[in-house]
Design a protein around this ligand. Structure first.
Ligand SMILES: [Zn+2]
Ligand SMILES: [Zn+2]
Length: 102
């Protein structure tokens, strides 16, 4: 199941489960749309992959046992293990490669 992480791993902005600004890579690395656009250049600094908008888990159980209340968001804040300079340099080397060729 997708881990709904509570913050942007770069700027630490809160990204609650109903945020429309949360972006994820295939490894569930989570960043805000602003960081993805301006700093990361759509390159995940942890895996080099691209991002999509994080889907929003429904708050209403429209099927039995399936909702945000049954499977709540993570509360464990995650922080990038690279400096902003390292991240920008990494993005510069990868951003121009189409995601399907990374
Ligand atoms: Zn951010
Ligand atoms: Zn990643």
């Amino acid at each position: 199941m997708l881990e709904l992480r509570p913050n942007c791993e770069l700027c630490d902005k809160d990204l609650p489960p109903d945020s429309t600004e949360a972006c994820i890579c295939t490894y569930e690395c989570t960043f805000c749309a602003s960081c993805v656009e301006t700093v990361l250049r759509n390159v995940c600094p942890n895996c080099g992959g691209d991002f999509v908008s994080r889907p929003i888990r429904p708050t209403v159980a429209r099927r039995p046992g399936v909702s945000l209340a049954h499977d709540p968001a993570s509360t464990r804040r995650v922080h990038a293990k690279y400096s902003r300079e390292e991240i920008e340099a990494f993005a510069a080397g990868v951003a121009d490669i189409p995601s399907e060729k990374r």
